[in-house]
Ligand binder design. Sequence first.
Ligand SMILES: Cc1ncc(COP(=O)(O)O)c(C=O)c1O
Length: 431
Amino acid sequence: MKNDDISRRDLEHIWHPCTQMKDHEFLPMTPVKKGDGVYLEDFEGHRFIDAISSWWVNLFGHANPQISAAVAEQARTLEHVILAGFTHEPIVRLSERLVALTPKELTRCFYADNGSSAVEVALKMAYHYYKNIGKERPLFVSLENSYHGETIGALSVGDVALYKETYGPLLLRCLQTPVPLDQSESAALEAAAAFEELLQERANEIAALIVEPLIQGAGSMHMYHPRYLKEARRLCNEYDILLIADEVMTGFGRTGTMFACEQAEISPDFMTLSKGLTGGYLPLSVTMTTNKIYQAFYCDYTLYKAFLHSHSYTGNALACAAANATLDIFEQHDVIEANKKLQAVMARGLEKFKELNNVAAVRQTGMVGAVELEGYAPEQRIGLKVFEYAFERGVLLRPLGAIVYFMPPYIIKEEELEYVLQTAYDAIASL
Ligand SMILES: Cc1ncc(COP(=O)(O)O)c(C=O)c1O
């Protein structure tokens, strides 16, 4: 079978995500035959490094033997069972482990099957929590430039025009507060002061503040100082609103610590996790929360007090097995420590980009690096040019507009990461 054959059949029937399908009149669709560690391979044997971890999900490489074996074993035993009134061992074990790993107040796990749904759950739970304690809090606050997913509720709390603007009339009401302008502590304090001003006026209408801790992923890999999270936690306590830490992207080591919240030493009221949770194998997400929230729903049967939210595949056993195998790898190898070497390689590589005159800024938090290009109009689709250049040379990058970023699986070798960075450098230098 050839690439062209699969691509042609694909384009007959499949509508791809986040894609102007007409682009595929000139841009080839790439059929992937197999994965092998950091590499993906097409049907004609071309191999390329997955430098974006397939939309930020893959932690320990494609076709990882340990995770594959765990999923295969689980498939022979129990693939799935309804999670209302029934449970299974992999989900119990996974929940115990997540509670042990995450900030101390988080003791309850509510499962869904993608990051957007985890955010929907957190929003509904926060609103419903206040209702159950006799308060009406119809508003949410999020940071300017944030992204929390693309279902209607998650989209409502986002602030990236590209995804949101078209659907404006359909969305929930939501307020935005400034995100720190850069990674300095002073910018964090300024943004926190602006949040406090908003709270002084409207705190009693607001259920929760939702943030992407330390890195706004789809919002141009914008990064900020942990001090903002510390201040946000303090202000949420002071003004009695809940704090949702959306760690769908930042969780499981991406920021250099297991969870970004650790760097600010805070415990949020909700933490949403997905993407790396299963090592990039299967769709699974979890919304973790506190005993305080849980207790507000816990009572003798009363209409509308229980949290009635469900998805058919909630807590899928295969996905939980993949998640447990992923946590095994974290336990068996000191991944967070080992990643420090890769982070240093990335830091060295990024430094070089500063000499290019079409580079406006370079930033890094943990295992995420970003290079911001300047001087190009959106119609020039500069990101696409970088993609094409790198792809021809065996590197999969998927710039966000004029932001070229790196988010490789943690098993990437130092020389492979150097090659990724050098290829991106050459691509940018050639523009
Ligand atoms: C911070 C954040 N929240 C939520 C989501 C949505 O997750 P999903 O694409 O699984 O719906 C994403 C996806 O990129 C994300 O980065």
